[in-house]
Design a protein around this ligand. Structure first.
Ligand code: ZN
Ligand code: FE
Length: 248
């Protein structure tokens, strides 16, 4: 049992992900940022789409659902909030499982950026698709949820094994790195940000990251260490507010 993940940049800073279950050839698109780009990649690879897995309702994640379903006949699985944009075939929330051939994804509740945001985790493949909840050195803005909700969501992701590859939906890493350096002087962070600026100067991807790397250097996960004077979710809220106001 294994998956092949095909990653490609689309829109201005999104990543598209096509995930193929190697045993059966069944293929899922994680979110649908750009229908034309996704259909083009499927064509190029010769993969047949069976499933869309939506993390949340924003247009750069679910905006391509209808066009892709019309073109492929795939099923759409996601949180109920996606129906603000278009119909969903199966609504899921934390604790559910979704099968793609022989690959099983656990649905992890990860609300905060939007209220019903979910992540999809394949334990066997050490892979998590986290939408706009956790980024390399960052986390999503809280458009709908509260700091305690977002903190709990991040803790559920941080509890996954350290070697879990984290497929974030955006390449925001360089700007996240500039902010991280403004709140954290840790030498391990400095080493990582040097590598990130280097990679981005060559236009290389910094995603996927890993749970281990994020636990070691992500200022949002490290909030209780950075603000030991505050309760953990308050420390997180303080760092999130600082990032919202950061002009770097
Ligand atoms: Zn979003
Ligand atoms: Fe997004």
């Amino acid at each position: 049992m294994s998956i092949t993940v095909h990653q490609f940049p689309c829109l201005s800073d999104n990543y598209g992900y096509l995930v193929r279950d190697d045993a059966t050839g069944q293929t899922a698109s994680i979110d649908t940022p750009d229908a034309k780009a996704i259909l083009g990649e499927l064509e190029k690879l010769g993969w047949k789409l069976t499933l869309i897995l939506n993390t949340h309702w924003h247009a750069d994640h679910a905006g391509g659902n209808e066009e892709i379903k019309a073109a492929t006949g795939c099923q759409i699985v996601g949180p109920a909030e996606v129906e603000r944009l278009s119909p969903v075939d199966r609504k899921v929330s934390g604790g559910d499982t979704v099968d793609l051939g022989q690959t099983r994804f656990q649905v992890i509740e990860s609300g905060g950026h939007t209220l019903q945001h979910v992540a999809f985790h394949s334990a066997a493949d050490h892979a998590a698709f986290v939408g706009d909840t956790l980024f390399a050195l960052g986390c999503g803005r809280m458009f709908e949820g509260t700091a305690p909700q977002m903190w709990d969501s991040l803790q559920r992701l941080a509890a996954l094994p350290d070697d879990t590859r984290v497929y974030c939906a955006h390449e925001y890493t360089a700007s996240n790195a500039r902010f991280a350096l403004s709140v954290d002087q840790d030498p391990v962070l400095k080493t990582r940000t040097d590598e990130i600026f280097d990679k981005r100067s060559r236009d290389e991807w910094t995603v996927p990251t890993t749970i281990g790397a994020e636990k070691a250097t992500n200022p949002f996960l490290r909030a209780p260490m950075l603000r030991p004077d505050l309760a953990p979710h308050e420390a997180f809220a303080a760092i999130r507010t600082a990032k919202d106001n950061f002009k770097g």
